[in-house]
Design a protein around this ligand. Structure first.
Ligand code: IPM
Ligand code: MG
Length: 369
């Protein structure tokens, strides 16, 4: 029997509620399969700062170091609440980026997926969605503007100034390109390379390395597209994309747009993979406005569990079952409020109802190995 240690970082806002649903599913998976999960909660984010004085305490680091995989909820506070925390201790700068840096999780997979039958969730017209949306955004996660040198001060003219650096070396680009090409090779063999080489030198190098890595993947067709044009086409013709690769900041923005074309960021799970460790998280924020109300959509969190099964535990068949279980709850007309539209006829369910329904559905499915 395999046994895995999973660190659970509940995070802030809706984090604990949607984590509870993920835990429900993990317990069920352990019952159904020859696997055991040792689950350890650890404080992380703004809640950890208020509890311990640090958003990523040493005790949490130790639990994550020991874990086979990390499942992380969203972090962050409202803009106003954030002001109560010193800038460098705010959960994004003080916890999330250090987590990414610590485990060098450079490859961020963000699936943007909506089957045809759920096209009504999307703000796009059915004729634009066609056979459904199925895109894999691959975002470089530990380089670029997010991690470059930063400087603030007063310049010679007495004005406040700020300087942030967008830096990549060729090896950083090479390794994410390899991941992107390998992914494209397994899917439709088309890779959209997102860049801004008409302005940014960083994109010129990015594109050069893309071309070089591509020589090892002759079957994959590369289509270079400017980031602004890609944003437009995600709305006008999402079906033209399959795998997309991009640097960190572009990926942050386009992946939220991905959530937008699906109809909710609640439909955006993700995997963050490093050389030795991976962590899994919803792509969205902590939605403090709806925290504690049992209305948040746990799909992104449960989907992150499905990605963990695939990418860390080699449990592909169960991952498929889990995706299918979630889709079938939606297909029966149930959904959390984020996906309901005025005049729509979804049957509204709570966070915990949705988790229960997914668990019931999964229980009814045969275990295929
Ligand atoms: C994301 C988030 C983070 C990011 C924030 C919380 C720092 O928006 O994972 O997309 O910008 O990377
Ligand atoms: Mg983001």
């Amino acid at each position: 029997m395999s046994s895995y240690k999973i660190a659970l970082l509940d995070g802030d806002g809706i984090g604990p509620e949607i984590m509870a649903e993920a835990v429900k599913i993990l317990n069920l998976l352990a019952e159904r399969n020859k696997v055991s999960f040792e689950l350890t909660h650890a404080p992380f984010g703004a809640s950890a700062y208020f509890e311990t004085g640090h958003p990523f305490p040493d005790s949490t680091k130790a639990i994550c170091d020991e874990a086979d995989a990390i499942l992380k909820g969203p972090i962050g506070l409202s803009h106003q609440e954030s002001q109560k925390i010193p800038v460098d201790m705010q959960p994004e700068r003080g916890a999330l980026l250090p987590l990414r840096r610590r485990y060098n999780t450079y490859a961020n997979f963000r699936p943007v997926f909506l089957p045809k039958g759920l096209a009504h969730f999307s703000p796009l017209k059915p004729e634009i969605i066609g056979e459904g949306i199925d895109i894999m955004i691959i975002r470089e996660l530990v380089g670029g503007l997010y991690f470059g040198e930063k400087e603030t001060g007063i310049n010679e003219d007495g004005r406040r100034y700020v300087k942030e650096t967008l830096e990549y070396d060729e090896d950083q680009i090479k390794r994410i390109m390899k991941v992107a090409f390998q992914t494209a090779q397994k899917r439709k063999k088309v890779l959209h390379n997102i860049h801004k080489s008409n302005v940014l030198k960083s994109s010129v190098l990015w594109n050069e390395v893309c071309l070089e890595v591509g020589q090892d993947f002759p079957e994959v067709e590369v289509i270079n597209i400017l980031v602004d044009a890609a944003a437009t086409y995600l709305c006008l013709n999402p079906g033209m994309f399959d795998v997309m690769v991009m640097e960190n900041m572009f990926g942050d923005i386009l992946s939220d747009q991905g959530g937008g074309i699906l109809g909710s960021l609640g439909l955006m799970p993700s995997a963050c993979i490093g050389p030795d460790k991976a962590y899994y998280e919803p792509s969205h924020g902590s939605a403090p406005d709806i925290a504690g109300q049992n209305v948040a959509n746990p799909y992104s969190m449960i989907g992150s569990v499905a990605m963990m099964l695939e990418m860390s535990f080699n449990m592909d068949a169960e991952a498929k079952n889990l995706w299918q279980a979630m889709q079938s709850v939606f297909a029966k007309g149930y959904s959390t409020p984020d996906l309901s539209k005025p005049g729509g006829d979804v049957k509204l369910v709570s966070t915990s109802d949705f988790g229960d329904m997914v668990a019931a559905q999964l229980s009814s499915m045969p275990i295929s190995s």
